[in-house]
Write a protein that binds this ligand. Structure first.
Ligand code: HEC
Length: 156
């Protein structure tokens, strides 16, 4: 093989190596998640029975987290809502474990919609929010947030 073709081939080879290198690199950073493995296990034990392993939920009862959940972080009241829904607020985990799990949930299932200036939930914030879980009014609350998300999307 002559000069330019050989050069091109070796350049392609280097690119391939770079791609392989990236695949083996550490997973993307998860702010507010000190222990992703713990969060993953907490999700399996406490959440996926309803929300499914891949966060897809089910049409009848459980909204999808996948590709959706972080949209709430863009509308007023949405951040609080995520921590106050019953499945989150009343889970038997410490405030610190729950803060980590909720941060992991939004980053794992909907990183694309996480706002650039997202400040991870802290244990103190979770402690305060979970004290006021939403109960009967949750469907109305959720519906008005979803409307706000829709209005926002149309404004984009
Ligand atoms: C018993 C089924 C069930 C379990 C268990 C459950 N959820 Fe949910 N989750 C729901 C339902 C239903 C909603 C919709 C709001 C509502 O009616 O409570 C919801 C809403 C949410 C929301 C708000 C997003 C939205 O679209 O409404 C988040 C975030 C969430 N769940 C995360 C979790 C996490 C994290 C866990 C585990 C700690 C968990 N859920 C456990 C059923 C469940």
């Amino acid at each position: 093989m002559s000069g330019p073709a050989a050069l091109l081939l070796s350049a392609l080879g280097l690119c391939a190596l770079a791609v392989v290198g990236q695949a083996g690199a550490a997973p993307a950073a998860m702010p507010g998640v000190a222990n992703p493995e713990q969060a993953r296990i907490d999700y399996i034990l406490k959440c996926q029975g309803c929300h499914q392993p891949d966060g897809s939920g089910d049409i009848a009862h459980t909204p999808p987290l996948k590709g959706e959940v972080a949209r709430f972080l863009h509308v007023p009241g949405g951040r609080e809502f995520l921590a106050r829904v019953p499945g989150v607020a009343s889970v038997d985990l410490s405030d610190a474990r729950l803060a980590q799990l909720l941060n992991w949930t939004v980053l794992r299932f909907d990183r694309a919609h996480v706002p650039a200036d997202f400040a991870p939930y802290s244990a103190a914030e979770i402690a305060q929010l979970r004290r006021r879980p939403i109960r009967l009014e949750r469907q109305a609350t959720r519906a008005s947030l979803v409307t706000a998300i829709g209005d926002r999307a149309q404004g984009d």
